[in-house]
Design a protein around this ligand. Sequence first.
Ligand code: PBG
Length: 322
Amino acid sequence: MNQRPRRNRRTPALRNMVRETRMTVDNLIYPLFLVDGKKIKKEVKSLPGNYRWSLDLLLGEIEECMDLGLRNFILFPAVRESLKDKKATYSHHPKNFYLKAAKTIKKRFPECCLISDVAMDPYSSDGHDGLVKKGMILNDLTLPILGKMAVAQARAGFDLIGPSDMMDGRIGFIRRALDQAGCEDTGIMSYCAKYASAFYGPFRDALDSAPKAGDKKTYQMDPANKREALIEAKLDIVEGADFLMVKPAIHYLDVIHSLRENTHLPIAAYHVSGECAMLVAAAQKGWLDFDQAMPEALLSIRRAGADVILTYFAKMWAAKYG
Ligand code: PBG
């Protein structure tokens, strides 16, 4: 035999030398859930090890992450039902606790990268990412709301704006709104190929943000489609996105790979709540070894072509392997 691939697998030194994919903490983004109030740290039942935090305690959590070298965060608000309305007005209200928290976090940790969430659902009494009229999601009337939300977030100090709503044309609309407001240095991480997935369940529990009626299939993508992700990518690139995101990650590795092969922007992949919960639940049952399965899952997402991974395991990974 001329070729014996096992020769390069013989020792740890050889294996380390020929390893094609590597993970560092710089490849990770840690999602955090924020609630209004004080001294709150409430575990998300379906996402063990993750919490709804009030800002005072969240600052401590962020500090711990920074000490581990993990400095990329995406922040989601859990909003009281009484503050929700049809137009998500609270999303750009000057007294919004999420915007105030961003200011405090960036002041305390200027070297962190803080990413926002732009979508109506946490603030919408309908629980949808767009404006609802007679059961329909109105695309173009949603855009100005997203624009206002994005500008308010940029002014609060977020480094990247993260539109997760899947309305058509929103990247261009938000880019123009940001530029007109003098926020031309604030980037956009676009949820470019976001699928109507069953794996968002624990997240919606965490935020109480599930749709009150209907589903999200008229705006989020059909899990059966891959070419369509390239259409979305092309639009987002032309409209001014700085990152393209694929979501979920583990069940859509082919989509990540396809975007990597066909586009040039950095790619983010969202290892979503349900995908993380699956691993934790199987490990709790003793059906798989979490300490081996978790890094393997993240590595697979990198191998498919993602530059950065949003994962609820980010802090754990940083603590164990960072
Ligand atoms: C909503 C949003 C969702 C997630 C991130 N932003 C849920 C949804 O689209 O219903 C899901 C993230 C996860 O499951 O971890 N704009």
